[in-house]
Design a binder for this molecule. Structure first.
Ligand SMILES: NC(=O)c1ccc[n+]([C@@H]2O[C@H](COP(=O)([O-])OP(=O)(O)OC[C@H]3O[C@@H](n4cnc5c(N)ncnc54)[C@H](OP(=O)(O)O)[C@@H]3O)[C@@H](O)[C@H]2O)c1
Length: 318
């Protein structure tokens, strides 16, 4: 058991993932959390990050800060996606090493895997093929983060490791259509279509790509489980560089849209704009390793979408 008084720094605590991690750690009795938003600390600033570690001396770090976005943002802001993410993770991981942090967990995402690869994707398939072009800058930065953790462990025995969650959704999600991921974008579009009595909505791509979705509170539960029970050695000794976190189940974008239509209560049509890119055809994680380590997700997609839609209706300012 990790001491409940421990100082835990959670960069990115206001985001989708960070806020779920904070909820989970508070509910488990950890109240000594170090929380700064991007306005008070720009994590791209090397000097400021160093000062933060000197003043606060965190014992544990869970990195949920990153520049994150959907296919449109990733493709448009390619330079920012690689630069911001490289700077954020390098500053945090290097300072965690310098200040002898006891454990660090870095969050990547499933876009690190090759565009064309066998499914479900095992951890070993990292760097076995070409990346999807639209999110290549983001994926390269995330792979660098994994390799930073792995190599601080290999050279200095730092207890740092990475987890790769599948697509996430839940309360505090990004519903801005210019930068959101597919699930929150569909929730917003379908909700607005219902409110405006629109006959149909338009969705990018063919609707055929298959995706896996994990409710963000389940991810926070997995991170808490790993934080308490798993060290870097347990991962790297299996000759893998990180751990997948997902449900092990996927569905097509069109099936997802139908599920959201049902939850929202919208009877209109969905028109697929096939001139727009689909992204990777299928992305399903092999989650057998985390299952073997003793963790499994709890929330079904139906339940998770219901919770997320309720949050959207009650909290999101359109
Ligand atoms: N969303 C998904 O589907 C998904 C899937 C798999 C993995 N992940 C991973 O989970 C992590 C978090 O993603 P998320 O969805 O929670 O993103 P998010 O909601 O956009 O939150 C990202 C957080 O990072 C902070 N941040 C960004 N740039 C910063 C900077 N320069 N300095 C300080 N803080 C900065 C933001 O702080 P402010 O709010 O204060 O601006 C924000 O709280 C990422 O590593 C991502 O790869 C996400």
């Amino acid at each position: 058991m990790i001491d409940r008084e421990s100082k835990i720094y959670i960069p990115g605590h206001k985001g989708l993932v960070g806020s779920a991690i904070v909820r989970k750690f508070l509910s488990e009795g950890f109240s000594n959390l170090i929380l700064y938003d991007s306005k008070s600390f720009d994590l791209r600033d090397q000097k400021k990050v160093e000062e933060l570690f000197e003043t606060e001396s965190p014992e544990y770090v869970i990195i949920a800060a990153a520049k994150v976005g959907g296919i449109l943002a990733n493709n448009l802001f390619r330079a920012e996606f690689i630069y911001d993410n490289l700077m954020i993770e390098a500053n945090l991981i290097h300072n965690a090493f310098k200040h002898k942090v006891k454990k660090l967990i870095f969050l990547g995402s499933s876009c690190i895997y090759p565009k064309i690869t066998s499914q479900p994707i095992k951890e070993e398939q990292l760097l076995s093929g070409y990346l999807e072009k639209t999110n290549e800058p983001y994926a390269v930065a995330k792979i660098a983060g994994i390799k930073l953790c792995e190599n601080y462990f290999r050279q200095y025995d730092s207890n740092f490791y990475s987890v790769m969650p599948t697509n996430l959704y839940g309360p505090n999600d990004n519903f801005d259509l210019k930068s959101s991921h597919v699930l929150p974008a569909l929730i917003r579009k379908i909700h607005e279509a219902k409110e405006n009595n629109a006959d149909e909505i338009e969705v990018w791509g063919t609707g055929k790509p298959r995706r896996e979705f994990l409710y963000v509170d389940d991810l926070a539960d997995a991170i808490f489980y790993l934080f308490e029970n798993i060290d870097a050695r347990d991962i790297y000794s299996k000759n893998i560089s990180h751990l997948n976190i997902g449900t092990g189940q996927d569905l097509s974008v069109s099936e997802l849209a139908e599920l959201i239509k049902k939850t929202v209560g919208y009877a209109g049509n969905i028109r697929y704009d096939v001139t727009k890119p689909d992204g990777t055809p299928r992305k399903l994680l092999d989650v057998s390793r985390i299952h073997q380590l003793g963790w499994k997700h709890k929330t079904s997609l139906e339940e998770g979408i219901k919770e997320t839609y309720e949050w959207f209706v009650n909290n999101y300012k359109l």
